[in-house]
Design a protein around this ligand. Structure first.
Ligand SMILES: [Zn+2]
Length: 193
């Protein structure tokens, strides 16, 4: 990531243990820390579900930019400096899909988003590999429709509301997201419902 020390421009800078830069010339120590990121399963219950099909659809975004342009993703993203994990996710929903869940009187964001899985991920962006700790949440959004959403220009080209049995896992952008969707779908209809 750094060919030269960003403080003294020495070429002797070392990258150690996959996480820390140390410069023997000026003593700089810089940790390339894991970044927190979120993903959210927004589950829309089917209004007229029968016993032969799933009783829900999951909202996916179609990515409009690299990495993984055209692949399916969940809403969410990096937590910004100064944010908690719930605030970061709430902001990402507003930015990406122009929708955020209603918060009942007396409730908090922690009551709205339910954590169900977490995996590590490597997010390559413009020649830098960001190590992330991805946290996955779900929420139910009865009656949510595509026309309720306002998609972020250039970042997202479309949305899909998919039944669990119709998801093509090869079309999901990131391994951690694939694992999270699988974990959710295996539990859906049972413990999570
Ligand atoms: Zn230095």
């Amino acid at each position: 990531m750094f060919k030269f020390c960003p403080a003294c421009a020495s070429e002797k800078i070392n990258f150690m243990d996959g996480k820390v830069f140390r410069c023997p010339n000026c003593g700089l120590v810089y940790y390339h820390n894991t970044a927190a990121a979120t993903g959210c399963i927004i589950s829309v219950p089917e209004e007229a579900a029968d016993s032969t099909s799933s009783a829900e659809r999951i909202l996916f975004l179609v990515r409009g930019k690299e990495p993984a342009t055209g692949k399916l993703d969940l809403p969410g993203g990096f937590v910004d400096p100064g944010e908690g994990i719930f605030e970061g996710l709430y902001r990402e929903l507003q930015e990406e899909i122009g929708w955020s869940p209603p918060i009942p009187d007396g409730a908090s964001l922690a009551d709205v988003f339910t954590l169900f899985a977490s995996f590590s991920n490597v997010y390559p962006y413009k020649n830098i590999a960001y190590n992330t700790c991805d946290l996955y949440f779900y929420l139910r959004a009865p009656g949510l429709r595509e026309q309720d959403l306002r998609l972020e220009q250039d970042e997202i080209t479309a949305v899909r509301f998919l039944k669990p049995e119709d998801i093509d896992y090869n079309e999901i952008a990131f391994d951690s997201t694939r694992r999270a969707v699988q974990a959710y779908c295996m539990r859906a209809g049972a413990a999570l419902a």
